[in-house]
Design a protein around this ligand. Structure first.
Ligand code: TRP
Length: 360
């Protein structure tokens, strides 16, 4: 890797990923927005050391890419990011106002709940920039339900949902997804900041030590979901039915206009990097899942080549998570790709095939 700034390194990755998704960065808007998301962290040198430890990625790079493969054949590219902690809560929102037609009314409706003066937990506010062909970029914000400590997370989430007009869903979410005392916890409360009937409120729950049956139960809150798809996804990518004892499986529910008492979409996130020895194995498992859904695996390889030129078996965590999105519209698979700007996690040992000595 040449000596570049984080901004230069990440901009190259984003531009190449956008090309893979059929979104050439001709107007320069994705790069410009990425620059604003990185802020002063963009000036750090890579390889080098991270200016501050973001929880977004394992090497503390404050951004993570993802590419969404939709069942319809569409692709979109996203960047998840955390702005430097010295930036006041919404200064990024003010800065991007010129480029993004976002609306902040829902943000303002819940801001006091999730951005208290005294904050706990790993983060306060994350952002996601979403780029789709033929559409204006979309901005999504993630709040941390644990920001006032774990004991207050349920009340923050139920009040947040109530203010957004979907308070009736809270008990159903708890009954399906927050059933295992202390091991199921609210992890993100997210909002699409767009004025569209499809703008989502998304609620995420992490499931420590979960088995496939636990996430099948979570998914069954959404009408019409075939839980066999969940089972198969966990088996192929995660290698079994659990328990998944390293980084947790995660569920998310999406509510769009008209979803007042139950969500219309469910997604399952599997932190694949904890369940494979290296990225070559992760890629192989992911290709198997994509084939099952009749998706073009060469697109995955193009996306991987957009973010790295290192041999896949030389590290683990380039492919950080994989998610399965299920619902009436927008079903598909999303692959989360690390920038690896500040470091690569070394691979673990693969399984070894040996001769089994047979008792004579
Ligand atoms: N790095 C964190 C984790 O792995 C947060 C995170 C980043 C995350 N991207 C994600 C969590 C995608 C779930 C899905 O937990």
């Amino acid at each position: 890797m040449a000596n570049l700034s984080l901004r230069e390194h990440a901009t190259g990755q984003l531009q190449r990923l956008c090309r893979v998704a059929g979104l050439p960065d001709t107007d320069g808007v994705p790069s410009e927005l990425l620059g604003q998301l990185l802020g002063t962290a963009g000036e750090s040198r890579v390889p080098g050391s991270s200016p501050w430890p973001s929880g977004i990625s394992d090497d503390t790079t404050p951004i993570e890419f993802s590419i969404a493969f939709d069942a319809s054949g569409e692709r979109s590219v996203r960047v998840l990011g955390e702005t430097v902690s010295t930036c006041p809560a919404d200064c990024f929102l003010t800065a991007v106002g010129g480029h993004l037609p976002f609306v902040s009314d829902r943000f303002e409706q819940v801001q006091d709940l999730f951005l208290p003066a005294q904050r706990h937990g790993e983060f306060a506010l994350w952002y996601s920039l979403i780029f789709r062909p033929r559409s204006a970029p979309l901005l999504k914000v993630y709040f941390n339900p644990q920001v006032s400590g774990p004991a207050r997370a349920p009340e923050l989430v139920s009040e947040g949902l109530r203010r957004l007009g979907i308070g009736h869903a809270y008990d159903k979410v708890v009954a399906h997804a927050v059933t295992r005392q202390g091991r199921d916890r609210f992890s993100f409360f997210a909002l699409d900041l767009s004025r569209s009937p499809r703008a989502r409120v998304k609620l995420y729950v992490s499931h420590e030590e979960a088995e496939t049956a636990d996430v099948e139960r979570a998914a069954s809150l959404v009408p019409g979901i075939d839980v066999m798809q969940i089972r198969e996804f966990c088996a192929i990518l995660g290698g079994g039915k659990g328990p998944f004892g390293r980084r947790p499986l995660m569920s998310s529910y999406s509510f769009v206009e008209g979803d007042t008492d139950r969500p219309s979409h469910y997604s399952l996130y599997l932190p694949i990097r904890d369940y494979v020895p290296d990225d070559e194995v992760a890629r192989a498992r992911l290709l198997a899942v994509m084939a099952q859904y009749n998706m073009d695996g060469t697109q995955l390889d193009r996306a991987l080549a957009a973010v790295t030129s290192r041999p896949l078996r030389d590290g683990v965590g380039l492919i950080a998570h994989v998610s399965l999105r299920l619902g009436v519209v927008g079903s598909g698979i999303t692959v989360y790709l690390s920038s690896e700007a500040f470091g690569v996690t070394p691979p673990r040992r693969r399984s070894v095939l040996g001769l089994v000595s047979s008792a004579q």
